[in-house]
Write a protein that binds this ligand. Structure first.
Ligand code: TMP
Length: 239
């Protein structure tokens, strides 16, 4: 497999063409951003940890039958994925009140929710990724009613699978963000990444943050906590 021209540069990853049009080469970067890019830093080791964590999680999701774009990890910072057209939605699942949900609705952070909720945000930096309703998604032709239902169900299935995985390694899955893409035949696959950048992960016993809130809220260095998540996932794999 040959790495070819740069296709796309995101905040935390670069995507390259390969000699196979169905395969994309991803390089995870050390850049951390928050507040829609207003806060930005280079953090040595972050790309490596997120690539390794995402590779373990996407492999696990394959094992439990959740279709996703991951093909294989190539190196500490690189992986191969299937080429998809990203649906411009951020699909958020929440098990516990935190972040924007806790703030907007004035609910104490840490309050468990009666059932997992799914929210949709429009991926649009110029608009600051606004929350949108299912009717908005349909009227803007972002996805069909049937696709929205698939996204919701896949997001809930990912939640069940990840809750089980993280409980095994004594981590509480508070909430997370997913992205999905369409293959050339229109099949919907889970895409992007699942890492401490895109999930809220709290230590099951201490409730300590093991995720990007450490960076967003200036609570310290993210590398030791991302490393802790990776070590626990890796030990589970080897168990
Ligand atoms: P929120 O509480 O800020 O809406 O975030 C919900 C979850 O989604 C949290 O786990 C962090 C994740 N997330 C991203 O991965 N990218 C984003 O741009 C945002 C806003 C949230």
């Amino acid at each position: 497999m040959k790495k070819e021209a740069l296709l796309y540069e995101g905040k935390a990853k670069q995507l390259f063409k390969t000699d196979d049009p169905k395969v994309v080469w991803v390089e995870y970067l050390n850049q951390a951003t928050a507040l829609n890019g207003a806060k930005k830093d280079q953090i040595a080791g972050k790309g490596e940890l997120n690539n390794q964590i995402t590779s373990l999680i996407f492999s696990y999701l394959h094992e439990v039958g959740i279709d996703n774009h991951f093909i294989k990890q190539l190196s500490e910072t690189e992986q191969l994925i299937r080429s998809v057209e990203i649906i411009p939605l951020e699909v958020v699942v929440r098990n516990v009140a935190a972040g924007s949900f806790a703030k907007r609705l004035a609910i104490t952070e840490g309050t468990p929710l009666k059932f997992p909720i799914v929210e949709f945000y429009f991926k649009n930096d110029a608009l600051d990724d606004p929350m949108i309703t299912e009717d908005h998604i349909k009227v803007l032709d972002i996805a069909t009613a049937e696709e929205i239902e698939t996204l919701r169900q896949m997001a809930l299935d990912v939640n069940e699978a990840l809750k089980k995985l993280f409980t095994e390694i004594k981590i509480k899955l508070v909430d997370f963000k997913l992205e999905f893409g369409r293959t050339e035949t229109g099949e919907i696959l889970l895409a992007d990444e699942v890492s401490p950048d895109t999930c809220r992960l709290w230590d099951l016993t201490t409730n300590d943050h093991l995720d990007k809130d450490i960076y967003r809220r200036d609570l310290g260095d993210i590398i030791p906590v991302y490393q802790e998540v990776y070590n626990r996932l890796n030990q589970r794999k080897g168990a």
